[in-house]
Write a protein that binds this ligand. Structure first.
Ligand SMILES: NC(=O)c1ccc[n+]([C@@H]2O[C@H](COP(=O)([O-])OP(=O)(O)OC[C@H]3O[C@@H](n4cnc5c(N)ncnc54)[C@H](OP(=O)(O)O)[C@@H]3O)[C@@H](O)[C@H]2O)c1
Length: 236
């Protein structure tokens, strides 16, 4: 790594995580994780072209032993807990596997990954933990028993952690996206009105760039209106 600041981004193989990695690449060296080795290598190549020194770390963050092996020795100024899984189904349609996958990635992995790098931030008296929550972290909806539950967890986790580590110079923030055009939505979904992953990456960049004495704790990034496409034309 160079003297540039460093960032670790989870779920960097596609979607919002990919955009965050590429958004930080001009100013940060990067450690990027996800399970898809080839997709991660492609993002690493694109981030390298933007000026970053990049370490791609294939890892299943639902596996605590894999996380601790993969992140051993990783030093970062910014952690972006982005990886997430969403199965939006009514409670009685959720399989045990759906339930467990969401809890493992959206909840338990926040502990595994944050626990691996936070001690270094506290020791250096600087750092920033940014978790990608969701507007589902303050809303409820049919099909949200588990997903919305995990995103409500993000809010309690993040505000408590923020209060615990701010005196050590470490910032904790949440970005709450609304609907963002990614593979999280089934093929065929009309995404013309949604925000883009780059819109969320812009909010992360803005948070990272706040002066040391200032904390942007929560930023919500949502489409202006489901009735207007991104190009401004009326929808439906
Ligand atoms: N899209 C939206 O409208 C929206 C709205 C609100 C919040 N969010 C949140 O934004 C975050 C990113 O979502 P997205 O829309 O970009 O989804 P996505 O396109 O499906 O990407 C999810 C990312 O998480 C990684 N991931 C999933 N399970 C993993 C595991 N077990 N180990 C390691 N990495 C794992 C995936 O990588 P691999 O499959 O390669 O492992 C992928 O890089 C999530 O936290 C999501 O809840 C999204």
């Amino acid at each position: 790594m160079t003297s540039r600041p460093t960032a670790l981004v989870t779920g960097a193989s596609r979607g919002i995580g990919r955009a965050i990695a590429l958004g930080l690449a001009p100013t940060h060296d990067l450690s990027l994780t996800a399970r898809s080795t080839e997709a991660l290598a492609n993002v690493a190549r694109d981030a390298t072209a933007l000026g970053a020194i990049v370490r791609a770390i294939p890892c299943d963050i639902a596996d605590p032993a894999a996380v601790s092996a993969a992140l051993d020795g990783v030093v970062c100024d910014v952690l972006v807990n982005n990886a997430g899984v969403a199965s939006m189904k009514p409670f009685l349609a959720l399989s045990p596997a759906d339930w467990t996958a969401m809890i493992d990635v959206n909840v338990h992995a926040l502990y595994h990954v944050t626990r691996a790098v936070l001690p270094g931030m506290v020791e250096r008296q600087r750092g920033h933990v940014i978790t990608i929550g969701s507007t589902a972290g303050r809303n409820t909806f049919v099909g949200g028993t588990c997903y919305a539950g995990t995103k409500h967890f993000v809010m309690g986790f993040s505000e408590s952690l923020m209060l615990e580590v701010r005196d050590a110079g470490v910032k904790v923030s949440v970005v709450m996206p609304g609907s963002i055009e990614t593979g999280l939505f089934p093929p065929g979904t009309d995404t013309s009105w949604m925000c883009t992953p780059e819109d969320v990456a812009g909010a992360v960049r803005q948070m990272v760039e706040t002066p040391p004495h200032t904390l942007q704790f929560i930023v919500e990034v949502r489409p202006l209106s489901p009735k207007r496409r991104r190009d401004g034309s009326a929808r439906g």
